[in-house]
Design a protein around this ligand. Structure first.
Ligand SMILES: *[C@@H]1O[C@H](CO)[C@@H](O)[C@H](O)[C@H]1NC(C)=O
Ligand SMILES: *[C@@H]1O[C@H](CO)[C@@H](O)[C@H](O)[C@H]1NC(C)=O
Ligand SMILES: *[C@@H]1O[C@H](CO)[C@@H](O)[C@H](O)[C@H]1NC(C)=O
Ligand SMILES: *[C@@H]1O[C@H](CO)[C@@H](O)[C@H](O)[C@H]1NC(C)=O
Ligand SMILES: *[C@@H]1O[C@H](CO)[C@@H](O)[C@H](O)[C@H]1NC(C)=O
Ligand SMILES: *[C@@H]1O[C@H](CO)[C@@H](O)[C@H](O)[C@H]1NC(C)=O
Ligand SMILES: *[C@@H]1O[C@H](CO)[C@@H](O)[C@H](O)[C@H]1NC(C)=O
Ligand SMILES: *[C@@H]1O[C@H](CO)[C@@H](O)[C@H](O)[C@H]1NC(C)=O
Ligand SMILES: *[C@@H]1O[C@H](CO)[C@@H](O)[C@H](O)[C@H]1NC(C)=O
Length: 780
């Protein structure tokens, strides 16, 4: 124990010896970790220079006047200088650079025109030109705000990994453009469901600033100087006390005071929360936080094991193999385990209401696509893994039922299989082109470290906090089998087929009402269908009627009456995706378009992997994707391809010779598999990315065919050309385009499965560079 303490002490040492008090630092000055290690401020309270860290050094500003030498600002925090010979130079041309013995240069600041530098007594390290400040550390806060410093609109603090490792940790504090000061986990967008603390000043004005005064008062100020809220009241000012606010590694925001005359005696004056489990993301995926001895501890779901024992935020993975759950002999391979009183991010695909606890449990056990069911007060929500941001909450009566494998065989193989999940097919595909596609291990949090989403976060801050997800939507109970209607009923329902809503490949759609006019429905009169026996039609309707997924249009009823075939669906008030995507005034923003893409992927995934028999849609296009009132996408017309006469499959796949949504194998008379849907999905994804139609001859020839144009831009490394007049985060854009290009590969076996597509879109797995289309296409 003593050894550990000693070790920790060593780690925090910022060399405060061998330093010079110097109010002005001239061009050509330099520091090294061993000799002249820092520049002190005039009073000696703050220093700029080297600080020893867990591995190597950090360069930054630290409180030199107290024994703890607390670091308050860190340069290049995620890229600290390697241990060994490094020099920090204030070069003759006014740049602040780190130079290694090997000659590697890392820039800290190069504002241009700086002629001197100074470590100020406020804790601000500044570079001046002959007239004014050209660069200052106060403009780039890391995890700390000092007294006199502020956090202005649009800026964020990121917590550190620990007190001894100042690289970016798990949490962030955003001063949003809507006036709200909000804490989120790193790597999320600014939406309410991810927030875990806020100042409750939403919409209290633009340009709101978080300020910390010299007396320790912490408050939010609007642009006309009005105090919006006082987080702390402040004390009577004294020179002996230094205040600082820090977003700590554990996710809590704290105001500290250091008493200089009591050997740096430290006290916590305020903190955003005392609940150690409140910060979301403390525990990784599939784990939940519990308080033990006033410490936050992470526990895995039953049937799961920690990915990395020493690292709680790495999360948990299944410790059993995931095989197809549809066993031939009918024996049970899985059981449901209960976890009481926990709270998670809601992300369900199917919702059943007025149901008993036992029925909820059984509903998930029988549904191969269901991995977890959340039961609360008669409501049952079926969910997929991973689960996020779990915590024990004794006031929450939620019961999580987790599907767990019963057979325990060879654990080492099982874990390997579990990691691969059901990706065997893709692995084979990927081997062909020998790209290592290390999937399941790479989770959201890996990405978060590099804060890929930072730019989008800035962009959306204005309105994003208000946006509630589709998940808040409670539909009518889904588990009602479709009803068979006599033709006369449908005639009266639609008032004699009076109001036509649209015309599709399969027939005409009319508006109707049921339940005495209370509920609006869409009635589809099928045409061009095989004059099939009633029995086959009814069988098909049962298959379609069994699909319960929030991204699939729900079939309420059907009618077969002589030659007549009609279907009754939920009515979608926002029309089709084609309608909103290709109408400039209605076009959703980037984030919403990407959510639509994920919704479509979820729906197709369900058709491919859960339905028995498997359903290939064959006609995925924006016209067949309907938008409900919450703009949640629902796929329609699935399961109908089977009902077509054989000669019509050709016409319905349509537009020969032009590139549309139709996979090339249709033209090649090759067998059509689920990968044809993946192709069509890829085209729709590219349309969502670019906000335009896949074929548009009004554009210059090279841009007319979106797929070719996207390939061209990707190979030229110029993706900005794909999006018009909208600021989109480059990394995210590239990621989405790559998924689109993978899906639209000419060779079906190379296209990823829908499951992998969804995981790539969700950022759960890495997206490799797609192969060039030309390397596979021989003749077209
Ligand atoms: C420390 O810096 C001062 C002024 O920049 C210089 O005179 C002195 O030689 C340096 N000491 C060492 C050991 O480099
Ligand atoms: C940086 O400092 C080192 C050591 O003082 C010196 O050898 C090197 O020339 C300096 N580089 C620049 C660009 O000033
Ligand atoms: C600042 O807040 C005050 C008081 O709520 C308000 O009257 C004023 O308009 C606000 N200023 C801005 C720019 O919103
Ligand atoms: C907020 O600040 C920005 C940049 O400093 C400025 O352009 C804008 O006019 C300010 N808005 C208000 C309402 O003060
Ligand atoms: C916040 O503090 C300021 C300055 O101390 C004071 O003028 C103001 O009334 C306080 N506001 C609230 C809401 O407490
Ligand atoms: C530190 O401050 C607290 C309260 O401010 C006081 O109770 C404690 O005795 C002080 N400790 C030392 C070592 O001065
Ligand atoms: C999986 O973990 C559970 C505890 O969560 C344990 O009871 C079970 O034996 C483990 N199974 C395997 C195969 O390791
Ligand atoms: C813990 O795991 C997370 C997620 O895998 C990773 O980002 C982080 O760097 C790890 N932390 C440490 C200290 O290894
Ligand atoms: C378990 O798997 C390992 C590695 O695949 C294999 O070497 C071993 O023989 C297996 N054991 C049993 C009992 O199947």
């Amino acid at each position: 124990m003593a050894a550990i303490l000693f070790f920790l002490l060593l780690l925090t040492i910022c060399n405060a010896e061998a330093q010079q008090r110097q109010s002005t630092i001239n061009l050509g000055s330099s520091l090294s970790p061993t000799t002249n290690s820092s520049w002190l401020s005039h009073s000696g309270l703050y220093a700029f220079g080297f600080c020893q860290q867990a591995n190597g050094y950090a360069v930054g500003v630290f409180l030199a006047g107290i024994p703890q030498k607390t670091a308050v600002w860190t340069a290049n925090r995620d890229d600290p200088p390697a241990p060994g010979d490094v020099t920090l130079n204030f070069t003759n041309d006014g740049r602040l650079v780190l130079q290694s013995a090997q000659g590697k240069e890392t820039s800290i600041a190069s504002p241009g025109g700086a002629t001197s530098a100074s470590m100020l007594d406020s804790g601000n390290f500044v570079l001046f030109n002959s007239k004014e400040i050209v660069w200052q550390t106060f403009d780039y806060p890391t995890d700390t705000i000092l007294q006199g410093q502020h956090l202005s609109t649009g800026k964020e603090l990121f917590s550190s990994i620990s007190e001894y490792d100042k690289s970016t940790g798990l949490f962030r504090l955003a001063m949003q453009e809507d006036g709200n000061l909000v804490q989120y986990p790193v790597g999320t967008t600014d939406v309410e469901q991810y927030a875990y603390w806020s100042s409750q000043t939403y919409r209290d004005g633009d340009n709101v600033t978080l300020c910390l005064d010299v007396n320790g008062q912490l408050y939010l100020l609007n642009s006309t100087g009005t105090y919006l809220t006082n987080l702390t009241q402040g004390e009577s000012p004294t020179k002996d006390i230094v205040y600082l606010m820090r977003l700590d590694a554990d996710g809590s925001l704290r105001l500290y005071s250091y008493n200089l005359h009591q050997n740096g005696n430290l006290s916590v004056l305020w903190s955003s929360t005392n609940d150690m489990c409140l910060p979301k993301g403390l525990c990784g995926l599939n784990a939940f936080c519990v308080i033990n001895d006033q410490q936050a501890n992470c526990k895995c779901l039953p049937g799961f094991a920690a990915i990395n024992q020493g690292n709680q935020s790495s999360g948990c993975e299944r410790n059993f193999s995931v095989e197809s759950c549809k066993s031939k002999d009918g024996s049970l391979k899985y059981t449901m385990e209960e976890v009481l009183n926990t709270e998670w991010v809601k992300n369900y695909f199917s919702h059943l209401s007025s149901i008993s606890k036992e029925d909820c449990k059984a509903a998930c056990l029988e549904d191969c696509n269901c991995e977890v069911a959340m039961f609360n007060a008669g409501e049952c929500r079926k969910q997929n893994l991973p689960l996020r941001y779990g915590r024990r909450s004794l006031t929450d009566t939620n019961i999580a039922f987790v599907k767990v494998g019963i057979i325990t065989a060879n654990i080492s193989t099982q874990i390997r299989i579990a990691q691969m999940g059901s990706e065997k097919k893709l692995r084979k595909d990927i081997l062909i082109i020998s790209i290592s596609f290390v999937v399941f291990g790479i989770f959201m949090f890996v990405i978060s470290g590099t804060a890929i989403y930072r730019n989008i976060i800035y962009k959306n801050r204005g309105r994003a906090y208000t946006r509630t997800s589709n998940n808040g939507y409670i539909g009518f109970s889904e588990d009602v089998a479709p009803q068979s209607f006599p033709y006369s009923d449908l005639e009266s329902m639609t008032d004699g087929f009076k109001e036509e809503l649209g015309r599709g490949a399969f027939g005409t759609v009319f508006k109707g009402t049921i339940q005495n006019g209370q509920k609006v429905v869409a009635v589809k009169r099928l045409e061009k269908l095989l004059a099939e026996g009633e029995r086959e039609f009814e069988t098909e309707m049962k298959v379609i009627g069994r699909t319960h997924h929030k991204n699939l249009l729900h079939l309420l009823g059907y009618c077969y009456d002589g030659e007549k075939r009609l279907l009754v669906y939920e009515y979608m008030s926002n029309g089709s995706l084609a309608n909103i995507l290709f109408t400039p005034e209605k076009q959703p923003c980037w984030d919403d378009r990407m959510e639509i893409a994920r919704d479509i992927a979820r729906g197709i995934l369900y058709l491919h992997e859960e339905c028995e028999p498997q359903i290939i849609h064959c006609d995925i296009k924006p016209h067949n994707i309907l938008m409900d009132e919450y703009r949640c996408a629902k796929i329609s017309d699935f399961g109908l391809a089977k009902l077509l006469k054989p000669d019509q499959t050709k016409t319905f796949t349509g537009i020969r010779g032009t590139k549309g949504y139709v996979a090339p194998e249709w033209h090649r008379r090759q067998p059509v598999t689920i990968k044809a849907d993946v192709y069509s999905f890829g085209i729709v994804l590219l349309e969502l990315i670019c906000g335009r139609k896949c074929v548009d001859w009004d554009l210059p020839e090279e841009k007319a065919i979106l797929e070719d144009w996207a390939n061209h831009c990707f190979e030229a490394g110029d993706l900005d050309q794909l999006v018009t007049d909208e600021e989109v985060n480059k990394k995210q854009l590239e990621r989405m385009v790559k998924v689109g290009l993978w899906c639209t590969l000419y060779e079906p076996s190379l296209r990823p499965s829908m499951k992998n597509d969804l995981h790539m879109l969700e950022g759960i797995i890495h997206v490799p560079i797609p192969p060039s289309p030309n390397s596979f296409v021989t003749t077209l």
